[in-house]
Design a protein around this ligand. Structure first.
Ligand code: AQP
Length: 329
């Protein structure tokens, strides 16, 4: 039996090249080596307010993007978190073994809480729900971008605490990061991670941006005052552009140095834009085909939920027994 891989994305905002290079591209690459479950984590998305109609549409858009990027629904499962109630059930049980101090220390919680007038409890519990998503399927591998490594460490801490309190129950999941592209930075401010929720039209390249928009955003990206690329002193903006090119092209470090050393920034940006557009055009074409097939995305999601529900329910049943909660005889 193949080991299981689990990962997910929030259907909030527009998916960008950071999400793609940090996670989605890696999912596509490894899906045949694992029993893969790729989730649309809508319950995570509502930890900050989402317009209900937009959220409903974004769930289907995200599923179509998974498919367009190359997730094969015959091989891998694509499902929505809220379609499998066991995610919420396990989350509650894990909440009861998680010290609140662990959650208050999370960098993402601190950053997101600082942006809100009122901080919902869901925002604090966000990583416990993520732990539930992963542990529910006894996933061995979790492919994510670098920003999620702290949440993955917390998942292991929660699993370990549960196992030591109630006996061996959960598989310890490993984090899988891509070798290049694990942390793509904002084009307008390369000291900040590219993010769906960041304001500013020049911040992120969305996967569904038209080619002219992609080119415009990349040509305006922040660099520095040097005349061209010097690999010995790369500023964050130039390093980010080179990282984006390398992650899309698959070139090794030697190829990158040989090709880009001394290149003027205008030409570097042009070549990065060409590379991004060339990679996103086929994905966008497939996306348009997928969404034009009425009912297809919903059928994939329905089948996905049906496929994983027995696995999820078996884990909840096991956890209930371990904790002494009521299970019918
Ligand atoms: N800038 C990034 N570089 C590489 N990987 C990234 N990921 C996110 N940003 C980058 C990875 O994408 C996956 C999906 O993440 P998510 O939807 O759960 O949301 P997030 O990590 O919170 O992503 P955003 O874009 O920053 O969204 P908002 O602004 O809504 O918080 C994860 O594997 C993540 O590591």
């Amino acid at each position: 039996m193949k080991p299981r891989v689990f990962s997910g994305m929030q259907p909030s905002g527009n998916l960008h090249i950071g999400n793609y290079l940090g996670a989605l591209k890696n999912w596509v690459r490894i899906q045949s080596d694992y029993e893969a479950i790729f989730c649309i984590v809508d319950m995570h998305a509502v930890t900050v307010y989402q317009n209900p109609d937009e959220l409903r549409a974004k769930i289907r858009e995200l599923a179509a993007l998974y498919l367009a990027a190359g997730i094969d629904p015959k091989q891998s499962t694509i499902m929505v978190q809220s379609a499998v109630p066991a995610h919420a059930e396990l989350c509650w049980m894990l909440t009861c073994v998680t010290p609140v101090g662990w959650l208050q220390r999370m960098t993402q919680f601190k950053a997101k809480a600082a942006e809100q007038e009122t901080v919902g409890d869901g925002l604090l519990q966000y990583p416990v729900l993520m732990a539930a998503d992963i542990l529910l399927y006894q996933a061995a591998i979790v492919p994510v971008g670098e920003d999620q490594t702290q949440h993955l460490e917390l998942t292991r801490d929660i699993a370990q605490r549960f196992n030591s309190l109630y006996g061996e129950t959960f598989v310890m999941p490993e984090t899988s990061l891509p070798s290049v592209g694990a942390r793509i930075m904002g084009l307008d401010d390369p000291t900040k991670k590219m993010s769906k929720s960041a304001p500013g039209s020049g911040h992120a390249v969305a996967l569904l941006d038209p080619p002219a928009t992609i080119r415009k955003k990349i040509m305006r990206a922040t660099t520095d005052s040097a005349p061209g690329v010097d690999f010995d002193v790369l500023s964050p903006g130039v390093a980010n552009l080179l990282g984006i090119f390398q992650a899309f092209s698959g070139w090794d470090d030697a190829q990158m140095r040989a090709h880009f050393s001394g290149m003027r920034y205008g030409e570097l940006k042009k070549q990065v834009a060409d590379m991004v557009i060339a990679n996103l055009e086929p994905l966008q074409k497939r996306y348009n085909e997928i969404v034009s097939e009425k009912g297809y995305v919903d059928a994939v999601l329905r089948e996905g939920a049906e496929r994983v529900t027995p696995i999820a329910n078996a884990t909840v049943e096991l956890v209930k027994r371990r904790m002494g909660l009521y299970t019918p005889c």
